[in-house]
Design a protein around this ligand. Structure first.
Ligand SMILES: [Zn+2]
Length: 265
């Protein structure tokens, strides 16, 4: 019995450390998603392996190119209950993470994601919402007429969430309070994916040609469980963005003008 348990542990650890070797070639999108799911399963079971988290790994990180190692880009909320590396049982140089209240995708976040996918070359992007999200709750309360004054920089931050809340109210008119917020949280993941597709021709191309898999998910802050959302809906949002007249068409930025030659004395 003990031998069985030991060999099971060995298999478990072998899987956990599968991304230890220099990741050339990088895992496929499906393999990278599997690493994330396995990591969350370990965390959920209270069996985190804390891979690639020691000083040796830090020393390697100081000398290596992260693009040879990192296997996922994740955009998540800033909420303290959503510890991204821990909940995927990932280590140093594994994840390229963007954290912003409400996991919204505005210009800076879209640019960070473009960097994570096109330069750090991660084969998967996770847009990770979470249960009990305060940002989605605040927007829902405001939409229901229970809003209150907000610090001046918060409205332009959370305005991306308003269409998601409006959609949740339209689709589920009978729901109130926490149940409505829960629907808004899922809609907000879709909204972030839609905003990303509309803002980034580069990301659309990476998704279309299969270089990158884009998945939506909702993390439960009370159980550590992740609910992975329907990938077919991501594909539908990509198709819709391709038809959207407001979409960004050029994948690349205009080159910066050359500095003028210094005037001769
Ligand atoms: Zn949140």
């Amino acid at each position: 019995m003990r031998r069985l348990a030991a060999s099971a542990l060995l298999v478990c650890c072998a899987a956990a450390f599968a991304a230890d070797a220099p990741a050339k070639p990088k895992p496929s999108p499906a393999e990278a998603l599997k690493l994330l799911k396995e990591g969350n399963a370990r965390f959920l079971a209270g069996q985190s392996a804390h891979p690639r988290s020691d000083l040796e790994r830090v020393k390697l990180a100081g000398q290596a190119d992260q693009a040879d190692y990192a296997y996922a880009t994740v955009i998540a909320c800033s909420d303290s209950r959503v510890p991204v590396e821990r909940l995927f049982d990932a280590g140093v140089m594994d994840l390229f993470v963007i954290r912003v209240a409400g996991n919204v995708v505005d210009t800076d976040e879209a640019g960070s994601i473009e960097y994570g996918l096109a330069h750090v070359k991660t084969p998967v992007l996770v847009v990770l919402g979470h249960t009990q999200c305060g940002a989605v709750n605040a927007v829902t309360q405001a939409a229901l007429g229970h809003g209150h004054a907000l610090e001046r920089n918060i409205p332009p931050l959370v305005d991306n969430i308003a269409p998601a809340v409006a959609r949740a109210r339209l689709r589920f008119p009978a729901l109130k309070d926490a149940e409505l917020v829960a629907k808004g949280i899922e809609e907000n993941v879709w909204q972030s994916i839609e905003d990303l597709f509309v803002r980034s021709a580069a990301v659309r191309k990476l998704a279309k040609d299969g270089t990158v898999k884009i998945v939506g998910a909702v993390y439960d802050v009370g159980s550590a469980e992740i609910r992975w959302l329907d990938e077919a809906h991501t594909a539908k949002l990509l198709e819709e963005a391709e038809q959207n007249p407001k979409r960004a068409v050029e994948p690349m930025a205009e080159p910066a003008p050359k500095p003028e030659a210094a005037a001769k004395p």
